[in-house]
Design a protein around this ligand. Sequence first.
Ligand code: ZN
Length: 211
Amino acid sequence: MKQKKPHAEKTVFAEATDSAPVYYECPACGYISGDPHFLDLEHPCPHCKATGKARRTFPTDRIRRLDERIRTYERQGDSEVVVILVMAFLEAVLEDVLDRIMESHGADIRLRRTVMDTQRSIGVRIGKVFPTLAGEEFEDAASELGYRDFPKRWRKMREARNGFIHDSPFNGPQETLNPQMAAEAMELLDQAYRLFVLLNNRFVADGVHRE
Ligand SMILES: [Zn+2]
């Protein structure tokens, strides 16, 4: 097994609220932190020590708007829409992770767009694109970061969603996406932010080109 670089800094998560969390991103190295001190430009980036540059916020507006809609449907008890939208949300988050890792490897926007356009299957993105970029399986990376069950729970939820939408002749129809599944989908949504930040800090802020 490949030797991991020791990490001096521990990722700080944003406070949990009833909306999308707010994180700050170092524009120099891509490191993401939920520590509000990070907004102060004189507070050095815990990863690369850069100061004086405005920090970007994470997640993006696109993700934030999707998050808001999901929570609205959840309050209304619309389990089916919640599950379907959370699956769309997780796919958007994964796309962002892959895009950021590619960028940290020096890939320009055209190359990144081509990879995303030609590798549209979520299974291929997880099973092939991620390991190629990160040098390890998605399941192993998630497990090492403390989210061992996340890939499996996500896969089962995708299967349920697909069964519901496509009415598979092989597995029989998935009749409903019930409130329990919606609750589980909401858990995956909350976990996805933290996992994204951890993956980012490991594979983007520690990007290959910086070693
Ligand atoms: Zn930095």
